[in-house]
Design a protein around this ligand. Sequence first.
Ligand code: AMP
Length: 575
Amino acid sequence: MKFVDLAASLDQMEATSSRNELVRILADIYRNCSARELQPITYLIQGRLAPFFVPVEIGLGERSLMIAIAAAYGVPKEEVIKLNRQTGDLGVTAQDLAKASPSESPSVVEVHERLNQIAAAGGAGSVQQKLDGFTGLLRDLDAISAKHLVRITLGKMRLGIGDPTVLDALSMAKKGDRSLRPILEGAYNRTSDLGQIAWTLWDSGEAGLEALKVRAGHPLRPQLAERLPNPEAVIKKLGTVGVQPKYDGLRVQIHKDADEVKIFSRNLESMTEMFPELVAAASELDVDSVILDGEAIAYDAESEEYVPFQETTARRRKEGIQEMAARVPMRAFVFDVMFRNGSDLTPLPYERRFAIVEELLRESDTLLTAPLTKTDSAEVLTRDLLDNISRGLEGVVAKRLDSPYQAGARNFNWVKLKRNTSGHLNDTIDVVLLGYYRGKGKRAEFGAGALLAGVYDSDKDEFVTISKLGTGLSDQGWREIHQRLASLEVAEKPPRVNSTFVPDAWLQPAIVVEVLADEITPSPRHTAGMAADHPGFALRFPRIVSLRTEDKKAEDATSVREIREMFEQQRRSKG
Ligand code: AMP
């Protein structure tokens, strides 16, 4: 197939608003191309050179493309910029500037290869090499082809060809109807590679698709969770479940294949570069090949604190990853395994897979097993939910212990239970320091890893715990606080302190610290506001705003009564 013919079909697709029509045109393309064209076409129509999980980028942005367009058509760059301001679409700009069509259009395969060469250019002089390569390609193409080539390069196809459209079109091309969709979808869920699926269907038919298996190095589409309104509904629908904390981080699929480790996001993009510490931990696992599923989150083991989602996702930026890895190391809480040493584990019941996760990760302190508790009681599930929320987690995921790993499925094998969190606290809270945990690494230098903090119960005249604190202070702040803690350290728990936590060192309640938190949550472990018939309160995502100096005594800290009021108010504001 000539690229000009593909471009003509893309133009037709652009002109239609009917999905059926889109499928029909795409099916025609598949019918009219040869087997070796199936893969390049499948990637190109999605604005890619390879499947999404392969991180190849052409590496030419708008500004570079403007230079190439100017060079190809012999116009000043300013003219390209000006015209582009009018058209608002660099593809159309290229189309408008393209001169008479060359007599011979290159084939789709040739264009794909030349784009791959451009993508591969690296090192000194590569910018010019890429520009020259692209300029040359533009000169060999007609106006409509130029438009689509520019859009492919920018990854802005504007056609709305999603994965299901491609699967339908493949089925239409082969069978004349959509009946192959389930089998195509199954293969897609296991391999995530539409090009490979297209090729396999042509090469070895339905049996070939069935034979496409999960393998290390190739992400499978993640299993997703359904939702139910409350713990009672979960137990009613699922019976006995395995309950796990729901971490608010980033989904990671970790692949180890001999010496190579790859990490993929929920959307199957490569995230290997983002998480050097997870890569290092995975390569140390005592296994030849494995695929793990989990959630990456910055976690401070000493304070048992989960760093807010924003910090975890700051890794998306390309710069400073090593520095971030040192400052807020990532952990992955692993909850599943889909493949090990050549065997597909997805058909095994969850309970068996989980046992394998535990066995595999026994030695690692970066890849941690997400704890699982088994219950058929709504009360226990409720308690777990509250407990996890109070620890700064999002809630829980309840899982059917007998369920297989269903790649790409969102069903009741997994059910997520969260507390609705809309309102944020905007008042700061003054807490009293009641103890501290000795730090490791850098924090040890400052003498304290995390602080146990409480509020004042004026009715009982006691200090009750509400949070552990670990974030918000500068190095200087930690030094300062340590100096002040030294003189307050006592051997035993002070009598007026009521705590279920036992820190490494107790403190006389004296230092008041101002804290901002996202919200107040119920807690089965913190003693603030705790009574026989209801749990205590905890702070979600607390961070220190300032160290109060002499202006507040311990008894001037925020009181339990105020905390209770804030909690009620927060509930009302959420409706
Ligand atoms: P949601 O994004 O709200 O649909 O919730 C599902 C997501 O929760 C998954 O995609 C994971 O990224 C995340 N998650 C956190 N902890 C767990 C867990 N223990 N099991 C499964 N998914 C989890």
